[in-house]
Write a protein that binds this ligand. Structure first.
Ligand SMILES: Nc1ncnc2c1ncn2[C@@H]1O[C@H](COP(=O)(O)OP(=O)(O)OP(=O)(O)O)[C@@H](O)[C@H]1O
Ligand SMILES: [Mg+2]
Length: 406
């Protein structure tokens, strides 16, 4: 089994590294975001209250409640088919919900109960979709100018606004080029410029970079982040890619089967997932069965490893009414586990484990170990004392360990 894993993970090597780097960058950039409260409706700029959209008897969006703040990047993240695009279409006005209210500032955009529906062209929202339709027969300038011509702007104002946004998206000098001669990334910039040129209140992005290759996608992510800061527009980003959501957004709503599972800052979702679904959807988790022992003397909870391998103090618990000795799951993000040489007896919250397989990642190892009869994965530094068949000590910081129902 480990050999199979080796092959699989070596193939996924570059993706894993990119993702991990992104998560690291993210953690650094999100320091101090704890003062952002996740439920402060008073600051809300765009609100969705009880939005429900059915296709026949199927609820694609089910009682969706969101309060999006002015100037933030807010992501709807979730697996395919969970209702992200449907939710975005209700906000854009491309579709009408069956129930609920959407407000922008104090204006009701849609409320079926009150027979209110503001059509999309009157919502002042910019949109970029995965299949960015930019007309091949027009020049870059004319494509971007189009929304302003529809709005009957004066020629001088159009010229000024288009040239400014062209500069901001990094397309200066390409004004007269036909869109057919542009690369995928350049076309995506044109689509962004066209959506931003009339200074919308909200920019809606539905998987905007999924047609681009990995490198370009990473580059566009950074560019979008910088552009959003410069322009200051509120962004709602729909994606099924957790790295995209976590690295670009101030807050993220994790969706599942038409409903919101959790709303929080990227670090709240990563460090304090509210459900097993969020925990497993975002990042990697190392988990192993333990027996619940109750509250620990110095705070937290005590859990016993199988096979008499010792006890661990766990900082957090998602258990409810669990009996002593019941088997539960101890969960930890793999990068939080510290590995050290097996010298002397293990210390507090430390356990001896046997290295089964080392997968070379360049800057570190993906290390598979046997811990109390279970295979677990950690990231380990490239140290000569870590070798297949050898024993190491694993230290679990109690604040990084959480207990979950099995
Ligand atoms: N016009 C429609 N008629 C019937 N069912 C629809 C329609 N549009 C969406 N659905 C269904 O609603 C559910 C949610 O679709 P939606 O496109 O919102 O998902 P998504 O989260 O955007 O997924 P993906 O990540 O694959 O784009 C799916 O089961 C989809 O098949
Ligand atoms: Mg979609």
């Amino acid at each position: 089994m480990l050999d199979k894993l080796k092959g699989r993970f070596q193939n996924e090597f570059s993706d894993l590294r990119a993702r991990d780097q992104n998560l690291k960058n993210l953690a650094a950039s999100q320091q101090g975001d704890s003062e952002i409260s996740t439920d402060d409706a008073a600051e809300a700029f765009l609100t969705l209250e009880g939005i429900t959209k059915c296709f026949g008897s199927f609820k694609a969006v089910d009682d969706l409640n969101l309060a999006i703040r002015h100037g933030e990047v807010f992501a709807l993240l979730g697996p395919s088919g969970c209702g992200k695009t449907t939710a975005l279409r209700q906000i854009a006005g491309l579709d009408q919900p069956d129930a609920g209210v959407i407000r922008l500032r104090d204006t009701v955009l849609v409320s079926p109960a009150d027979d209110v529906f503001v059509p999309p062209q009157h919502r002042n929202m910019g949109m970029v979709f995965q299949s960015y339709a930019i007309w091949p027969h027009l020049s870059v300038f004319e494509i971007i100018a189009y929304p302003l011509r529809v709005r009957r702007w004066a020629e001088a104002d159009i010229d000024k606004a288009v040239r400014e946004i062209i500069g901001q998206v990094g397309l200066s000098g390409m004004e007269e080029r036909s869109s057919q001669t542009l690369s995928g990334g350049q076309q995506q910039r044109v689509a962004l410029a066209r959506a931003l040129v009339y200074r919308p209140d909200v920019l809606l992005l539905d998987e905007p970079f999924s047609n681009l290759d990995v490198k370009l996608r990473e580059q566009m992510r950074v560019e979008l982040k910088l552009l959003q800061r410069e322009v200051g527009v509120t962004v709602i980003l729909v994606t099924h890619d957790q790295v995209e959501a976590l690295s670009l957004s101030d807050r993220v709503a994790v969706m599942r089967e038409g409903r919101v599972e959790q709303v929080g800052t990227p670090s709240q979702l990563y460090d304090e997932p509210a459900s097993p679904f969020v925990r497993d959807f975002i990042g990697q988790t190392t988990s192993f069965p333990v027996r619940f022992q109750g509250a620990a003397a110095g705070g937290g909870f005590t859990a016993a490893l199988p096979e008499g391998a010792g006890t661990l103090t766990c900082g957090r618990s998602r258990l409810d009414g669990t009996a002593t000795d019941e088997t539960v799951l101890a969960c930890v993000r793999p990068e939080r586990i510290k590995v050290s040489p097996a010298e002397g007896p293990p210390g507090a919250n430390e356990v001896a484990a046997t290295v089964k397989a080392l997968l070379y990642h360049g800057d570190r190892y993906e290390c598979w170990l046997m811990l109390a009869g279970r295979e677990v994965m950690i990231f380990a530094p490239r140290e000569p004392w870590i070798r297949e068949g050898g024993t190491v000590h694993l230290q679990f910081p109690s604040e990084a360990l959480s207990l979950w129902p099995r």
